[in-house]
Every structure is written in C-alpha cells, then in structure tokens.
Design a protein around this ligand. Structure first.
Ligand code: ADP
Ligand code: GLC
Length: 468
C-alpha cells in the first residue's frame, strides 16, 4: 500500500510534542512491513531544512481569498528518516521558526493542506490511503470528498488519527471562501457549533477515525471539548490504537545523548552514572530518589498543580527527595516552578524550555517520572520512562491507564485516580516507600525495561484499519 501521512509535526524535522514522535516513527515501521509510507508536512524554518538536501517536486500557487502564495514542495533526497519526506514551503506563511502559535495559523494550515492536495491531484498514480493527523490536516477528508478540484481523488480512503481532541482549529464562516470550490449544500460537513471546525469535519468525513489509545476512545464520548455527541455518533467507524515508541531512537543501550548507555543487565550502574551526571549539573543529591516531570506546562498535563505538589513534597520529605522539571508552557506555571529553585536549592531544580537531549538524560537518570494528566490521549513519556528503567507515577486516564499497572495490582508503576494535590502527593509518598525497598526497585527496573512498546504491532494495526 502507498500511504501518505499529513501532519504538522514529524521528528526530527519539527517536534512540539508526541505528535512529532508518532509521525516520525509510524511511517518508518509501516515501510518495514513492506508498505510505502510517506510524510507531507510544512517546511518551517528549522535546522533540518537547512542541514539537508532537497529537490523541488512541485511548484504552484495557493489562493486564499484575494491573497496568492507561492507553494513549493521539497523532497528530502536521501530517505534518511526511513521514509520519503515532503516539505510544503509557502513563503510568508509556513517558513517561520515556530510550528504553532501565530494569529494566522488558520491560514497557514489551510494553505498547507490545499498546496499538498493540489500536488497530489497532479500525480499520475494515486496513493492507496490518505492518513491525516489532528486538526491541522482535518480539512483534507472534506476537501478530497467534496472539492471540485479533487474530484478524481475522492475514491481514496481517508483516515483521521486524533492525538488530542482538545484542540480543534475552529474558525469563522467568514473564511469559507478560502476553501477550493465545492457544492455549498455540503457545507454542513464543515460545521460544528456554528464554526468551521476542522477536527469535527474530519470526524464526519474521514472513512475511519482512530484515537491514540483504546481508553481515550472510550473517554471522548463523555469528555471531548464539545465534540462528545459527534464521537458517540461516529463510534462505529472509530478504533483505538495504542501508540508505540521508536525503539531505535529510544534505545538506552545506544542512545548517544546519554552519559552512559545501559541494558537490562547493566541498568543499575548505567542509571547511577546518568543520575550522577544529572545531579551534578542541576545541583541535586544523587543518593536521594529523583522525581521528574517532563512536558508541556499546560492544564491538560496537570502542570498548574505542580508548584504546590512539589512544595508540599519537598517540605514534608525533609530533604530526602530531589525533584527536577523539564518543560515549557504557561508563563505563570513557568515562573512558579522557577521560583521553587530558590526556595529549595540542592533539592529542586527546573529547566524551563525545550531540550531534546536533556529529556533523554532525565528518562535515563531519574527514579520516578510524574504524569498527573487531566487529559492524556496516549502519552509517550511513560513509555520512554519504562524503556529507560524509570518508574512512572501516573493518573489512571487515557493511554496512561492502558500502559501502566499499579504495583498494588501486581504491576510496576504507581497510579492514582485524580489530578489533585492530595492524590499526587500520596503517590509521591508511595514512591518514596518503594524507593526504600531497593531490592524491589531493582526488580521493577529490570522488568519494565523488557516491556515491548515498539511500533511493530501498532504499525500493522493501522494497516488493518486501512483495509477494513
Ligand atoms: P504531548 O504530545 O501531549 O505533549 P506526549 O507524552 O505524547 O505528550 O509526548 C511528549 C513528547 O515531547 C515526548 O517526546 C517528550 O519527551 C517531549 N517533550 C515534552 N516537553 C519537552 C521539553 N521541554 N523538552 C524536551 N522534550 C520534551
Ligand atoms: C497528543 C497527546 C498525547 C499523545 C500524543 C501522540 O499530543 O496529548 O497524549 O501521546 O499526541 O499521539
């Protein structure tokens, strides 16, 4: 099968969160299964664009209302990512430093989708599947099925994978004329709550919908930022497929970002070396348990509660624990997390910002990783933590529920029910008690490193969905 993935992110080209990791890995694993998977994404002004060689495969124009933009599509020449990568370059719209967060994101992602479809519409052959990821590519199923320019693509099955239903990309009907022409009687397929809603439209128009974990699929019929009834209605064509992780990028034995690589056999000495190096850099005590949080500092992740949770834990533990945070997001949370550094020197530290290498070092060097998420469609951090022998402390929700079993239930992690300071505080206490039993900790570390969360299984599950 020839599968075209459309996405706003793809590691290592451009990554903000887990979407990038998934789109950087799934196509590679689909190719290993002898399919031909390709990725089409915007050309941002990233290092990857400047450090690699490309050829131009398409040159055209995108019209948005009265504005015209030149669109070029570049193909990365060497297939170095394990799949063909195509970058859609639209001067003045997409070639910016950041992936998201601009006032004209609607125009940016709309132009991206139109340029990509204009290009595919010119191909002599047609792909077997168009696979869209999240709302930034959510108008593609509608356009393929309804726009006159793409009529000859309309038999191609379209799949939507929902990585996060909180973000839907809504915009006003005043921008309807940006879309290529279609029969206006079909405009209802774009609508949700009196707006054009790309995520809702994709849920209506895609032939199949997948969520990134089975539990999340159950949850969104009850809680999905206003789309609950739509999910319930389209449940019949929806499947939950748990994300995998890229075992080649996330391999503690060969990870070039670590101080020292390690295997199941050498996990104790390996983690010790990585923990000591981290503690040196961040002025922490490597003889004490090291708790960490890595991620976007937003409400979904429970990040607003972290300052209070950490304050309480550090007060109560009387110097017996360390905490290290890596993240960026809401400025108020960033400030409060930074402020704790001055209150608890030598026991707490925070790196506010994005740092891929540091994230690897933390997964390797930490004892516990906290994920008190309010919403977690899948979550990759807990799977990276497991692979690097770090015990996850997670809320029982979404993909966290599908991947972490509590030690009290014969499992290997620490789970709590709610995102509040008491539940998380209690979980931190349970982890501390566990840490005192080093024999048990060593046993768990060895066990969790052998859990198989690689993409092999999920890559095939997607192929099965395409063929349903
Ligand atoms: P989400 O996509 O909702 O942010 P995931 O758990 O699926 O959550 O994936 C988050 C990804 O982003 C992981 O690869 C994680 O290591 C990475 N990440 C998040 N914040 C940072 C950061 N500040 N620095 C480096 N990596 C980060
Ligand atoms: C989203 C979700 C996260 C998931 C990731 C990759 O960003 O918030 O839970 O792991 O997508 O699918």
């Amino acid at each position: 099968m020839e599968i075209i993935h459309f996405s706003a992110e793809c590691y290592p080209v451009a990554k903000v969160g887990g979407l990038g990791d998934v789109v950087g890995a799934l196509p590679k694993y689909q190719n290993k299964l002898n399919h031909v998977a390709k990725v089409v994404m915007p050309a941002y002004n990233t290092k990857f664009l400047h450090q690699n060689e490309f050829e131009v495969v398409y040159d055209g124009w995108v019209r948005l209302g009265s504005a015209n933009f030149q669109a070029r599509i570049f193909r990365e020449k060497t297939n170095k990512l394990g799949f063909d990568l195509f970058l859609v370059h639209i001067a003045d719209l997409l070639d910016r430093d950041k992936v998201y967060g601009y006032d004209d994101d609607t125009e940016r992602f709309l132009a991206f989708q139109i340029a990509a479809l204009d290009w595919i519409a010119q191909w002599e052959h047609k792909p077997n599947v168009i696979h869209c990821h999240d709302h930034h590519t959510g108008l593609i199923p509608f356009m393929v099925g309804n726009c006159h320019n793409y009529r000859h693509l309309s038999h191609i099955p379209t799949i939507l994978t929902i990585h996060n239903a909180q973000y839907q990309g809504q915009f006003g009907w005043d921008k309807l004329h940006y879309l290529p022409s279609f029969d206006l009687r079909n405009a209802y397929k774009l609508d949700w709550d009196n707006s054009i809603n790309p995520l809702a439209s994709a849920i209506k128009c895609a032939w199949r919908v997948t969520t990134v974990s089975p539990s999340y699929l159950e949850e969104i019929s009850h809680k999905a930022n206003g789309l609950e009834s739509l999910f319930a209605q389209e449940r019949g064509k929806s499947v939950g497929i748990l994300n995998g992780i890229d075992n080649e990028v996330w391999n503690p034995q060969k990870d070039p970002m670590l101080t020292k690589g390690f295997t199941v056999r050498t996990v104790e000495s390996g983690k010790k070396a990585n923990k000591e190096a981290l503690c040196n850099v961040f002025n922490l005590d490597s003889t004490k348990p090291l708790y960490t949080f890595i991620g976007r500092l937003v409400g979904e992740k429970g990040a607003d509660l972290l300052p209070d949770i950490f304050y309480n834990a550090l007060q109560q533990s009387d110097g017996e624990i360390n905490i290290l945070v890596l993240g960026s997001g809401e400025p108020d949370v960033e400030d409060r997390l930074n402020a704790l550094t001055h209150q608890f020197p030598g026991r707490y530290n925070a790196y506010i910002g994005y740092n891929e290498a540091l994230s690897h070092q933390i997964y390797a060097g930490a004892d516990f990783l906290l994920m008190p998420s309010r919403v977690e469609p899948c979550g990759l951090n807990q799977m990276y933590a497991l692979r690097y022998g770090t015990i996850p402390i997670v809320r029982r929700i979404g993909g966290l529920k599908d991947t972490v079993i509590d030690i009290g239930d014969g499992g290997f992690g620490i789970c709590h029910d709610q995102t509040n300071i008491w539940d998380v505080g209690h979980a931190i206490g349970r982890a501390f008690d566990l840490f005192l039993d080093q024999k048990k900790v060593k046993e768990i570390r060895k066990f969790i490193m052998t859990l198989d969360h690689s993409w092999d299984r999920a890559a095939q599950q997607y192929i099965d969905v395409y063929q349903m």
